[in-house]
Design a protein around this ligand. Structure first.
Ligand code: EPZ
Length: 420
């Protein structure tokens, strides 16, 4: 198991390049199951979750080549239909194979992912969506077992108890591409990753309209073909790097990103006193003078992303004043707070809010990463804490951030990776 050792107190300066979006590329990889022809995907981040999805596809019978930042995938004619527990339990996004398998192979046996550190994370909306498309869906012995003839287009709402679901929208959209007739998803998620998957599916020959709005229409086609696609930049990685610049009082530019996808995050950072200059595909971020506290409530896109909640909490923990950070999407996404307390932060949890009273300084300590974004928050805090911070279990971070330690070191951070 690796850990990061960080000597805090160094301002970040310089330029860094954003990687491709993990949460777009994972479903895009699953979507390649919809055709027997070769697909090429570019701007693929080298992160552990991509490796896990590769293994899932290989277990299903796909041939996958991963060179540098490109994947070439061919899911020939003899596909297995079972995604086993051992793989799915390590990465929930494995359930993205459900829709494509049903659409193409007309059956699927996919392990239930189970809960995870940030909450219960049910998949009822995915299952309901597949049922609405005409599949028989049952849960047996910890597996979703589903079968169908050709899927049938339908009109359905995919709104859950807290609003739209990114995963269910994408899963149903993928399945509906090969259905007979037209599918309309109401209450569709608006996240840029949904549109990126839709673009890939269109390149494969799918007829999809309305992605990026709450109503997505998919006209089913007989078959899809191979395609090439460039994955969008990772907006959460970009936001995390911007927060890293802010927390260290630094001055960085981020190349090859999409500032348009980050407006809510940029607006919060600006309110907090961070200066930001926006280009088409790059950002300049500097935080020379005093920061001020802001209240943040997370919301589905285009609101402030839950995937940036931990990082903004870390930033507010050393910002003068009191801020209230409210989580609305996942019930248990404050695991970073107890670790931030170990660094000297003053944070109280009240219901679904963290009340953060900014302190003058954090002081380095041993902390433990609990999930992907919590790990990022602890690294940000370590960058500004006095002395040495050791972030343990960074395998969580490696799931979704490409060479995060190296990118930060390139900006001047004193951070090194070592084996425990
Ligand atoms: C995606 O998860 C992301 N994961 C998450 O990123 C992200 O936090 C989340 O969207 C919200 O933006 C991937 O893209 C692989 P949801 P997903 O379905 O699709 C409830 C990260 O750090 N719900 O939009 O699983 C659910 O419990 C990760 O990169 C149901 O009730 O999220 C939640 O409260 C973590 N039933 C809400 O909907 C369902 O069937 C939104 O979840 C599905 C979801």
């Amino acid at each position: 198991m690796d850990r990061f050792v960080i000597q805090g107190g160094k301002r970040l300066t310089g330029e860094v390049t954003a990687s491709g979006a993990k949460n777009a590329v994972l479903p895009i990889m699953a979507a390649t199951l919809l055709t027997s022809q070769e697909c090429r995907i570019g701007n693929v981040p080298r992160v552990a979750d991509v490796t896990t999805m590769r293994r899932v596809l290989e277990v299903l019978g796909s041939e996958v080549t991963h060179t540098d930042h490109e994947l070439v995938i061919r899911s020939g004619s003899s596909l297995s239909h079972e995604a086993p527990y051992d793989l799915v339990r390590t990465m929930r996004a494995s359930y993205y194979v459900l829709g494509p398998l049903l659409a193409r192979a007309h059956r699927a046996r996919v392990s239930l992912p189970g809960g995870c550190a940030i909450g219960a994370r049910p998949i009822d909306l995915h299952l309901r969506g597949m049922g609405e498309l005409g599949a028989d869906v049952a849960v047996e012995h910890g597996y979703v077992v589903a079968s169908c003839g050709r899927l049938q287009g339908n009109r359905m709402s995919l709104l859950g108890p807290v609003g739209s679901s990114v995963g269910a929208t994408i899963n149903v959209m993928m399945a509906a591409t090969l259905a007979e007739g037209t599918t309309v998803i109401e209450g569709a998620a608006l996240e840029p990753e949904v549109s990126d998957v839709a673009s890939f599916l269109r390149a494969m020959g799918a007829a999809i309209e309305g992605d990026g709005t709450p109503f997505i229409t998919i006209h089913g086609v007989e078959e899809l073909h191979g395609a090439e696609h460039e994955t969008i930049p990772d907006r959460i990685e970009t936001g995390t790097l911007a927060a890293a610049a802010a927390i260290t009082g630094g001055e960085i530019s981020i190349a090859k990103c999409r500032p348009d996808d980050l407006q809510a995050v940029l607006s919060v950072l600006r309110k907090a006193g961070v200066s930001i200059e926006v280009g088409d595909d790059h950002l300049a971020v500097w935080a020379a003078s005093g920061l001020r506290s802001v209240d943040v409530t997370v919301a589905p896109y285009p609101g402030f992303p839950t995937d940036m909640q931990a990082q903004i909490t870390a930033l507010m923990s050393i910002t003068p004043g009191t801020s209230i950070i409210t989580e609305t999407i996942f019930e248990n996404r404050f695991l970073h707070v107890s670790e931030l307390l170990r660094l000297g932060a003053e944070i109280k949890i009240e219901g679904s809010s963290a009340i953060v009273r900014g302190v003058e300084r954090l002081s380095g300590a041993y902390v433990m990463a609990s999930d992907l974004r919590a790990s990022a928050a602890l690294v940000l805090a370590g960058l500004v804490a006095s002395g040495e911070t050791v972030v343990r279990r960074v395998y969580h971070l490696d799931r979704g951030y490409e060479r995060f330690d190296e990118k930060l070191a390139g900006l001047g951070a004193r951070i090194r990776r070592e084996e425990e």
